[in-house]
Design a protein around this ligand. Structure first.
Ligand code: CP3
Length: 348
């Protein structure tokens, strides 16, 4: 029996529409909080393959999703390129020395040397591959990376930002430097994802969480083209490993039918109507998504949305998910309800 999630990524018929949730391993689960406490802090948890594997598996057992997503963070990549990273309580990720010049960039490690430092990620995947195979329930393992653009926003701003003013200043006044940064990150990401595949993941997801920060006429140049390059590289070596592309907040591109790219699945964010995504992209990609994550606060609002999405997609070329990550204060009960409703309405 094939894995239902992998089959769905490839557009094959499945007994029901599989479901997982972005950020499904995390703070809404008391069991996650317990393991994080044991690790000391979030980064220690990412660096500890045994514990990282444990929290990766938790949502399979607790909320019954059809795929596990590797527990790690997109920012371990710039961290291993040499940027010191801290996660401050209440503030999120902070790099102590953001990149603002070519010298800053040159001081970072690139290519295979950087990708080879992420051994704790590959070790986590190897543990998970064994554990998942031993379960025999055919649940899939998703590996992931941040998109070069989304990673670059943190590398240039030094932290999360509402305005992206520092990286946009670079985009318009020194685009050559921004492209150099994006190229260097792209090289590392290609090798990083190759090593994740070699270690045992079933599917790749690329998170372009901050896609919406770029004006539409510049999106291809500064983000999409780099992801196409990554996908072309991976597909040339691993044609059977599905790739999910999740660019958040890009309904303007979807509307214009932005279609080119060697991806199998397009992750639809919650601001993009599913019917429009289906019309514009449904022939080219399997669609993943797209319930507004805050609907999880209410079971009736959840069921209505799940039924609505299912009636649009008709159980074909679709994977259920949220339109962005689950928030930490969502009751576990409600997350379980979402998953079981997706499986119920789509059962053939
Ligand atoms: O369950 C999963 O989805 C797997 C693990 C995962 C994490 N981060 C764990 C995490 C994944 C896939 C990510 C990706 C990630 N990290 C993204 C892209 C996805 C998205 O949500 O758009 C981004 C932008 C980041 C960067 C990042 N990491 C931020 C901005 C923050 C702080 C904000 C927050 O949610 O607290 C993190 C920390 C982080 N990454 C946590 C977790 C579980 C919370 C850390 C904690 O336990 O305190």
């Amino acid at each position: 029996m094939g894995k239902i999630f992998v089959d769905a990524c490839l557009g094959l018929e499945t007994p029901y529409t599989p479901v997982w949730m972005m950020r499904q391993a995390g703070r809404y689960l008391p069991q996650y909080m317990e393991v994080r406490k044991q690790a000391g802090n979030f980064l220690n948890l990412c660096h500890n393959p045994k514990l990282a594997a444990e929290v990766t598996i938790q949502p399979l057992d607790i909320v019954n999703v059809d795929a596990a997503i590797l527990f790690s963070d997109i920012l371990v990549v710039p961290n291993e390129m040499g940027m010191k990273l801290e996660f401050l309580a209440g503030e999120g990720p902070v790099f102590d020395k953001p990149i603002s010049t070519e010298d800053d960039l040159d001081s970072l490690i690139g290519g295979d040397e950087a990708a080879s430092k992420l051994t704790y990620v590959y070790d986590t995947i190897k543990i998970l591959r064994e554990q998942l195979d031993a379960r025999g329930d055919n649940k899939a393992l998703i590996g992931f990376t941040g998109a070069p653009w989304t990673l670059a926003t943190y590398m240039i701003e030094g932290q999360g930002t509402k305005t992206y003013n520092i990286c946009k200043k670079m985009m318009y006044s020194n685009p050559e430097l921004l492209h150099k940064i994006l190229k260097k990150v792209t090289e590392v990401v290609k090798l990083y994802m190759e090593k994740q595949i070699e270690s045992g993941i079933d599917v790749v997801q690329i998170f372009d969480s901050w896609a919406a920060a770029i004006e539409p006429s510049k999106y291809n140049e500064f983000s999409w083209s780099y992801m196409v390059e990554i996908a072309d590289y991976l597909k040339s070596k691993y044609p059977n490993t599905p790739i999910i592309m999740f660019p958040k907040g890009v309904s303007a591109f979807v509307e214009r039918g932005l279609v080119y790219g060697n991806f199998d699945v397009f992750g639809v964010d919650w601001g993009t109507p599913m019917a429009m995504a289906k019309e514009k992209l449904g022939d080219k990609y399997v669609l993943q998504g797209n319930m507004e994550p805050c609907r999880l606060y209410d079971k009736v609002a959840t069921t209505q949305c799940v039924e609505g999405i299912h009636s649009i997609m008709g159980g074909k070329r679709h994977i259920f998910n949220l339109g962005h990550g689950i928030l930490p204060d969502v009751p576990v009960e409600n997350a379980k309800h979402f998953v079981s409703e997706c499986q119920r309405v789509s059962k053939k």
